[in-house]
Design a protein around this ligand. Sequence first.
Ligand SMILES: C[S@@+](CC[C@H](N)C(=O)[O-])C[C@H]1O[C@@H](n2cnc3c(N)ncnc32)[C@H](O)[C@@H]1O
Length: 247
Amino acid sequence: MTLSRHILEPFEADSIVLGDALELLPRVPSKTVDLIVTDPPFAIDFRAQKMNYNRTGANVLEGYREVDGRDYAEFSIRWMEEAYRILAPSGSMYVFSGWNRLKDVLSAVDDAGFSTINHIIWKYQFGVFTRKKYVTSHYHIIFAVKNPGSYTFNKVEHYPEDVWTIKREYWKGRKKTPTKLPSDLVRKILSFSSNPGDLVLDPFLGSGTVAVVSKEMDRRFLGFELVSDYYEFARERLDLASCTGQA
Ligand SMILES: C[S@@+](CC[C@H](N)C(=O)[O-])C[C@H]1O[C@@H](n2cnc3c(N)ncnc32)[C@H](O)[C@@H]1O
């Protein structure tokens, strides 16, 4: 879908906004977004610097905004109902979740009206060392759509399996946020589930990877982030990113 200039008002395509997604999402016009890719806060006692796989804490931006576990079910349904409203009829959503709050995420996906197409496992390296339990080294990705009879799925691989082994990026000596998704992972999602010119939204931007990869792949983008240091970091990354028009 190619966006006309006014269709997203009060927002503009190819922009990111500092603010609370729960307040901003209701202002996005209905049926305007082609793809939502998001990694919401996870409601674990997340200590940003300690948990980072690259322990050079001084480079890790602090201030990551968490949601209390007791509020997670309500938080999830609130944003997902809006996600459903603003998605185009043929739109898709990819939501990341750790196992600890997965039940809330799965319930919210259903309750908001989505149809789940796949439950993908992302296997990564650098899980946090443990003494009395297995090291967590996977994440869940729920691929859901509004209309299972009509959604974008570009079969860019012949035999695309639902377990993805993709390495986290090692940003040696560079400023980073604690939960950055690898660009390759986002690129894979965009290749399968969007086309050039489509509008991609991430309501919980963090370091802005979804917006950056969207720009690189000639998609339009919109993103929200509550923490100003993360927002500024995402803006810096976006300024450096260039449109290549290809993956
Ligand atoms: C798991 S991180 C996203 C990481 C991102 N995918 C990346 O690649 O960097 C979730 C982000 O959501 C932000 N956040 C938490 N609550 C929010 C809210 N209500 N509105 C907007 N952003 C929020 C957090 O500050 C955090 O940066």
